[in-house]
Design a protein around this ligand. Structure first.
Ligand SMILES: Cc1cc2nc3c(=O)[nH]c(=O)nc-3n(C[C@H](O)[C@H](O)[C@H](O)COP(=O)(O)O)c2cc1C
Length: 181
């Protein structure tokens, strides 16, 4: 018998890097919603081991005009070297669409591009046009065929939309995991 979605979540982990604490808050919120017991702050914990799990959430933010936040930047090369072929990966990215409309949530694309060659199965992509609050930006490396490669949140400008976005996305993650079990 295959492993169920609940078990994937119970053995999963949320890995995050956060400079001002916004990603950290979101990571905790998502872990609580999904019932993921393990939160790992890349500031003082290794990334290695993530690829040994069947399911992980990777949560990041974009800094310095389209660059990874510092803790993720430290692990960028490692992200691309790990073998993700047994791991289902869901991505969450914070950005500021009004302040940085040409590099909005670029970190999402940077992390996706790093783990995909290693075999990561990405779930949880997100249609910006289907979002009730909507997004307003010019360009994002996190977009592919009109969809974000994971959940995109803007705590700088749309913090009021965050709870609902997380709720809908977590429901989507549970559905997608169940389909794979
Ligand atoms: C100096 C600086 C550069 C930033 N560059 C970008 C950017 O290029 N794209 C973007 O979407 N957000 C950018 N942001 C916004 C952050 O991603 C956003 O504030 C995020 O919520 C920070 O989360 P954290 O403090 O948990 O790392 C930048 C913020 C600062 C202060």
């Amino acid at each position: 018998m295959g492993i169920g979605a609940d078990e994937l979540l119970a053995n999963g982990a949320v890995y995050y890097g956060s400079s001002l604490g916004r990603v950290e808050g979101v990571a905790k919120h998502i872990a609580a919603n999904l019932g993921i017991p393990t939160l790992i702050d890349l500031y003082d914990s290794p990334l290695a081991g993530a690829e040994a799990r069947r399911f992980v959430v990777l949560a990041m933010s974009t800094w310095y005009d389209g660059i990874l936040q510092d803790d993720w930047r430290e692990h960028h090369a490692e992200l691309a070297e790990l073998d993700w072929s047994d791991t289902i990966v869901a991505l969450v990215c914070l950005g500021d669409q009004y302040g940085y409309p040409h590099t909005f949530a670029d970190a999402l694309g940077i992390v996706a591009e790093a783990v995909e060659p290693g075999g990561a199965a990405l779930i949880g992509n997100w249609d910006p046009k289907a979002d009730p609050a909507g997004y307003d930006f010019r360009r994002s490396r996190g977009l592919r065929n009109g969809r974000f490669l994971g959940l995109v949140l803007d705590e700088d400008n749309q913090s009021g939309a965050t709870d609902e976005r997380i709720r809908r996305w977590c429901d989507q993650i549970r559905r997608e995991l169940s389909e794979r079990c």
